[in-house]
Design a protein around this ligand. Structure first.
Ligand code: AHG
Ligand code: MN
Ligand code: MN
Length: 343
């Protein structure tokens, strides 16, 4: 006799979004539609990312003209356009700001002006890794507009503190494509099954371990950082740390990928201010705030080394901040060393 193996039920992202719609403070279905637009755009970008090597080495390099006489665009521009198109046509979003555009974009159609939300995003994070076939990502952040519905989106809509986010997430184009997001009720992760083209719930209720033994920073910068950073890396490398053995250093150079690994295994990602980048490198609105929201929702922490990222009132669209994000105990440890060693 054959034993029938019971299959566990597959929950697709669309199903999950609908099932959890009621958790959202403004349960109207609009946010669900934006999340749905994001999943469609990210599937398209995922497909393009998977073809990137072919485009560069067989079909002609990006930035060149292809055989049909069309310009091959850089993947970060392709991704940017894909997401903008999804939001512009979706009808829920009145404007966007993205790392790839100097200014924010206020959508001008009548239906877009009725949209209640703005989306801020980094269309392709870790773009220096595209050419070498290493993981890259997309990061997004959704806010309610503060300007009047029916008018054009304004700069004030974009410059809200991270605490005002209603949802945030990232897509990781890694060995699999994953989408991880929060609406302020915990964090859930979905893996794209390429054979059916659906994101399926694979990481329900993600929690970041309170401590870990992985640290990620560009240590080439160590001598241009404040002294507390060196003190922390020495702590990581010592036998006298909380683990009684040196941690592992891991730096992919794609924030999304480094962050995602730390979410699962426990760890810290550091990009401090340096003498050459006195404000740090990462952008508050497109990178730091969305991942900070996710980290906190998963039990982690995100600070500038001195204060909470989500409390910062942004002054400029492309503002940069020093960034310390990851397992709670690790972020607290480095913060205490920064204070001890001073600027
Ligand atoms: P982007 O590709 O969107 O410009 O972001 C790159 C960011 C981040 O993903 C990465 O961790 C960091 O910059 C790498 O910077 P360094 O090369 O200075 O280490
Ligand atoms: Mn980036
Ligand atoms: Mn980018």
């Amino acid at each position: 006799m054959h034993k029938i193996k019971r299959m566990s039920k597959v929950t697709t992202l669309n199903e999950f979004i609908l099932d959890n719609q009621a958790d959202f403070p403004f349960a109207t279905g609009e946010l669900s539609r934006i999340l749905n637009d994001i999943t469609v755009a990210s599937k398209i970008v995922s497909r393009d990312v998977r073809k990137a090597g072919l485009v560069d080495h067989i079909l002609g390099a990006q930035g060149e003209t292809n055989i049909q006489g069309e310009d091959q665009q850089k993947l970060d521009v392709v991704a940017d356009q894909q997401f903008i198109k999804a939001f512009e046509n979706g009808g829920e979003v009145c404007g966007i700001a993205s790392e790839e555009n100097d200014d924010f974009v206020a959508f001008t159609s009548e239906s877009a002006k009725q949209g209640k939300y703005v989306v801020l995003f980094d269309p392709l994070d870790g773009s220096s890794n595209i050419d070498v076939n290493v993981s890259i990502g997309t990061i997004f952040s959704i806010y309610r507009r503060v300007s009047e519905v029916g008018t054009l989106a304004t700069l004030e809509d974009m410059l809200q503190p991270g605490t005002a986010q209603v949802a945030a997430g990232y897509v990781l184009y890694g060995s699999s494509t994953m989408l991880v997001y929060t609406t302020g009720k915990g964090v859930n992760g979905f893996t794209l099954d390429p054979s059916i083209g659906e994101f399926c719930l694979s990481h329900p209720n993600m929690r970041m371990p309170e401590s870990g033994r992985i640290y990620a920073m560009n240590e080439g910068n160590i001598d241009i950082c404040e002294p507390g950073i060196k003190a922390y890396t020495q702590y990581c490398q010592s036998f006298d740390n909380d683990k009684g053995a040196p941690y592992s250093g891991r730096y992919i150079g794609s924030l999304v990928a480094d962050f995602h690994r730390n979410m699962i295994k426990g760890g810290i990602y550091i990009y401090p201010d340096t003498t050459t980048s006195p404000e740090g490198r990462l952008r508050l609105l497109y990178e730091c705030n969305p991942l900070a929201f996710i980290a906190e929702q998963a039990g982690g922490l995100a600070t500038t080394g001195r204060k909470r990222i989500l409390d910062i009132k942004p002054e400029r669209l492309h503002q940069r901040v020093p960034y310390f994000i990851g397992s709670k105990n690790m972020v607290e440890k480095v913060m205490s060393l920064l204070i001890e060693h001073g600027k």
